[in-house]
Design a protein around this ligand. Sequence first.
Ligand code: GMT
Length: 375
Amino acid sequence: MKLAIVCYPTFGGSGVVATMLGTALAERGHEVHFVTYKQPVRLELLSRNIFFHEVNVEEYPLFHYQPYDLALSSKLVNVVQEYGIELLHVHYAIPHAYAGYMAQQMLKDHGITLPMVTTLHGTDITLVGNHPVYKPSVTFSINHSDVVTSVSASLKNDTIELFDITKHIDVVPNFIDMSQYKTEFKDCDRTIMAFPQERIITHISNMRPVKRIMDVVKVFEKIEKEIPSILIMVGDGPERFAAEEYANKAGLKLKIKWVGNSTEIDRILCFSDLFLLPSEKESFGLAALEAMANRTPVISTNTGGLPEVNEDGVSGFTCSVGDIDGMAAKAIKILQEDHVLDTFKNAAFAKAEQYDILKIIPQYEKLYETVLASS
Ligand code: GMT
């Protein structure tokens, strides 16, 4: 089938999921057109089935805010007509589902019916979409999508609780391509980062307030007092400066490596012993899944969809938001002895296998087929 995928092209989880989905669909023979304002960071264009269409927003002095949703819906109308697109899959409701709905309406004037699948990712529901400024538009675009999916059962419940939803929501969890993790990385050399006696702890995020990266540093501060270890902080964002400043004052300058945004996530995770994700809210926690696929156990909070991904006492532990002592104690329990760490590493990998792309992609394909058959 020919489908258009709309997503954010940045380092956020929704863009990563959309890119992995589109790439996997292209490998399975579908023609996939990405429509967004920049080439998605993880998108490799070298496939005869993958196309990228850039949305350009014309700057005009009259506009205080440039109308991206207008430019996106116009681009969709053009791409759909030019390439004979049969289905639209938008990732992250704001403003993608809204722009998609507008494109659907415009295409009707050309005699074209374009079914739209909307995937809810998290902050489009729990943080941003829920704000009164956006709520009516988000509610409308969810209710007027042909199919709605959410990445966890928890996010589905949040959506039903927070919005006046008349549409059925299918839970299709995020996924990972486990075939990439069945063999050891040849260059997975931990000695480039740490001394042999040190454990390697990692955190990856966009370092927005919801990620609570100060908690990461504070948990690490406690672990480091008991177990020789280093912390690798991957990503960048508004909370980084304060956390870095705190860490330096706490005497952790040489123990924490702030590496910024990275395209080498798997390379870093493959030599990590523990992943910390103390988020305030997380609809799924894709970074935790990536860690687990790399045999890295996870200490996370028990909020949102995290307990669905990180099984407490199996792939790691889950604690209450802000429970720094609890998270540090559980981390020490995992890291103290090699045989315990090995058990958690193996269990984390086994849990990640439940989310193998081969199990999830057919769920999307089935939804596509059903909606195409009924439109
Ligand atoms: O919070 C982020 O890292 C970005 C955000 C996004 O939409 O790009 O992530 C959300 O979607 C991810 C992919 O489905 C989920 O794994 C994240 O849990 C979710 N973030 C939140 O709910 C805070």
